[in-house]
Design a protein around this ligand. Structure first.
Ligand code: CO8
Length: 257
């Protein structure tokens, strides 16, 4: 499939998707969304790929949903087409997805980054939910994921004032996993993804699924889910290999990659 709004590359076992609408600061329109979902599905299904990175440009990860596309929308049209409901598909990728964020991650851009498994941010990154300034509120998970990830106080502050948060504040708040100098952003994200891809694929996928379960269930159910999957890992050759390699002081050669 030929893409017009994203660029897709592979680096060994890592799939890289770059949002590429520079004229609109990577504003997220329906065409870009369709392409992003298609590229993610392809990487998720590709046996050679173990982890995926989504990034934007130096200036913008994404400056939000495309305001020009939304401007003329009416309630009936938005409701009947379940406008932008397709975004949820991103969270269905079973392989880990890292957001590498430089510049603006605003509105839908911040929400897209939060749909990824973790965020690595450049010093220049700016996160925010400025929808309130447009007469709307976040609609792709901003009110829900922010509240869970950074707590009520900061979620309210960002959603109600529309202010931006810099990379250091985002890291302090728990939104961002790591902050790195801008020039190192892509290398750092690709290195993290390559490291993930070097581990046992089923174990990585189960670890992702289990951490995500923490956001959807009670602690007791989550702990039982974790323990059941943990037990199942003793059926894997990769468990034997990983533990034998540790005891024998050598690097493990995982088979299920
Ligand atoms: N949509 C469309 N076009 C955009 C967007 C956007 N979100 N952001 C920037 N652009 C365009 C500008 O219109 C401009 O185009 P042109 O040159 O044709 O005028 C170009 O990108 C460059 O932008 P600026 O000239 O504004 O660049 P600056 O460096 O001066 O400013 C900012 C950068 C601060 C990022 C500024 O562009 C800005 O404020 N952008 C809008 C940010 C925003 O409000 N984002 C939230 C959008 S709403 C949203 O995401 C809701 C999602 C929920 C959907 C729910 C569905 C169910």
């Amino acid at each position: 499939m030929a893409f017009e709004n994203i660029l897709v590359e592979t680096f060994d076992a890592v799939g890289l998707i770059r949002l590429n609408r520079p004229q609109a600061l990577n504003a997220l329109n329906a065409a870009l969304l369709g392409e992003l979902n298609a590229a993610l599905e392809q990487f998720d299904a590709d046996e050679r790929i173990g982890a995926i990175v989504i990034t934007g440009s130096e200036k913008a990860f994404a400056a939000g949903a495309d305001i020009k596309e939304m401007q003329a929308l009416d309630f009936v049209g938005a409701y009947r087409s379940d406008f932008l409901g397709e975004w949820e598909k991103i969270t269905r990728a079973r392989k880990p997805v890292i957001a590498a964020v430089a510049g603006y991650a605003l509105g839908g851009g911040c929400e897209l980054a939060m749909m990824c498994d973790f965020i690595i941010a450049a010093k220049t990154a700016k996160f925010g939910q400025p929808e309130i300034t447009l007469g709307i509120m976040p609609g792709m998970g901003g009110t829900q994921r922010l509240a869970r990830f950074i707590g009520k106080a900061k979620a309210m502050d960002l959603c109600l004032t529309g202010r931006m948060m810099d990379a250091d504040e985002a890291e302090r708040s728990g939104l961002v996993a790591r902050v790195v100098p801008s020039e190192d952003l892509l290398d750092e994200a690709l290195r993290a993804a390559a490291r993930i891809a070097s581990f046992s694929r089923p174990v990585v996928m189960m670890a992702k699924e289990t951490v995500n379960r923490a956001y959807e269930t009670t602690l007791g159910e989550g702990l039982r889910f974790e323990r059941r999957l943990f037990h199942s890992m003793f059926a894997l050759e990769d468990q034997k290999e990983g533990m034998s390699a540790f005891v024998e002081k050598r690097t493990p050669a995982f088979k299920n990659r």
